[in-house]
Design a protein around this ligand. Sequence first.
Ligand code: AMP
Ligand code: MN
Ligand code: MN
Ligand code: MN
Length: 280
Amino acid sequence: MIYDLHSHSIFSDGTLSPEALVERAHEQGVNVLALTDHDETKGLSAARKKAEELGIKLINGVEISVTWRNNQTIHIVGLNFDPASEALQNGLIEIRTERIRRAKKIAEKLDKCGIPNVWQELTEEVGFEAVTRTHFARYLLDRGHVKEMQKAFTKWLGKNGKAFVNGKWASLEEGVKWIVEAGGQAVIAHPVRYNMTRTKLESLVIDFKACGGRGIEVIANRSTPDEIAQTASIARRHELLASVGSDFHVPGNPYVELGRNLELPTDCKPVWHDWQLKPG
Ligand code: AMP
Ligand code: MN
Ligand code: MN
Ligand code: MN
């Protein structure tokens, strides 16, 4: 069985429709897929319909942006929840509003650096549900302001970039609570990506568990064997369930494909250990 529990569609910063994403997952041999758009669940119903058609299992997912300890952004993946939950949907609306506020600020900063009208042009062209820095990065790339995506983050959008704006998201506690109240499981996404010391990551884990969090991505986008071993050891030590996900956004990236290299170390307890899986 191949599980891939982290992926994006056009409802956030992916480039495939939910249907095309599910088709691709099916082609890649994925049996269980979670669509986890940033702060948005609108793609789930179309994805589910396609998954039922193809006989693959679609798990309701979302990737929530939260702020931990005043200013550290952490991504929490929610899995297997009821998308009709009002608490969850109201929370996600709040975060998407903050995304728009932040995006306008990013555009203002770009304007001051001689790149005008980005917000107007993005809203006219893209019509996004959840606006992300990826949309800005693609814009800068398409207009030739940078030569590669990575550079858009180092020069402009990342922590040390000229147009960086820190989002003020929901708290870790709120984000986890919305997922749990909607009947789902909360998972710390791509723990290695935060560049934390092990001690700091473990204090995040302790806070996360105190809020009701259950899992951690032991295998994420481009994890190395060493990173997998380290995260697996944190999962074991803190009795967290292990999740896996490609964090797929776009086709054609040679390093990232749906369902690829996601086999968990045998001593991890998978987040899906008690899921009752029927097709669709
Ligand atoms: P946001 O949630 O709006 O801050 O945007 C975060 C998204 O930007 C992530 O989910 C990634 O898809 C993308 N991203 C962040 N850093 C990089 C990077 N260095 N290169 C490419 N994409 C990135
Ligand atoms: Mn993304
Ligand atoms: Mn993320
Ligand atoms: Mn993601």
